[in-house]
Write a protein of this length. Structure first.
Length: 212
């Protein structure tokens, strides 16, 4: 494991590269944008570590992450930072926040929702914890909480208004729900957790343009 964020060496190097891109191209708010991404990494570690013993018994604990995790979660936010640099359009900043809120919502749902009874979205039948495309009451509440952790953090780090942060939190929650929808396809052999996570982050960014 490299560092405190549970990344292997290739994953760490790729994350470092993305971090530098965000820091440099996000100027003059690059540092604050990077700190928002670090908030995601920190809370992700916390919810991943929560209930480790129970997750191990269920064979659901995922420890060290690799470059595929970094790409699937970090590519869209990094692209938004690059687009913000070249266009100066503040919508890309909002999309940056929303994409991180979406992946945080998904992370909270997947790591904490396993402690509740999940229902598969297609048919709403009970399934085993950890099934892609399933939702639970606890997971849904956790997802909403995760999205708002990021949107509230954006108020202090990026000067986002309270009203805008509220909508970005809701968008992040919807982005996390998109992950569950595409998880149905994943359970049927179409795509994998990496493509689903990428779609989740992309959905959060795209929803900004649909809403605003």
């Amino acid at each position: 494991m490299v560092g405190a964020f549970m990344l292997d060496k290739p994953g760490f190097l790729l994350a470092l590269t993305m971090g530098i891109i965000i820091l440099v191209l996000g100027y003059p708010r690059g540092l604050q944008m990077l700190l928002l991404m670090l908030v995601f990494l920190l809370v992700s570690v916390i919810v991943t570590k929560y209930g480790t013993r129970s997750k191990r018994r269920l064979n659901l604990f995922e420890g060290e992450r690799g470059w595929k995790n970094v790409i699937s979660n970090g590519l869209v936010p990094t692209a938004m930072a690059v687009a913000l640099f070249f266009t100066g359009d503040n919508m890309f900043l909002l999309a940056y926040v929303a994409s991180i809120a979406s992946i945080t919502a998904d992370k909270f749902a997947s790591e904490l929702g396993v402690f509740d009874i999940p229902f598969f979205l297609w048919g709403m039948r009970k399934v085993k914890p950890g099934t892609s495309g399933a939702v639970s009451v606890l997971g849904t509440l956790a997802s909403l909480s995760g999205a708002f952790v990021i949107s509230i953090s954006s108020i202090y780090l990026l000067g986002i208004s309270i009203q805008m942060a509220f909508f970005l939190g809701l968008i992040g929650f919807l982005g996390g729900f998109v992950d569950s929808i595409f998880g149905i396809l994943e359970e049927r052999g179409i795509g994998n957790k990496y493509t689903t996570n990428f779609i989740c982050s992309l959905a959060g960014a795209l929803l900004v343009w649909l809403v605003f």
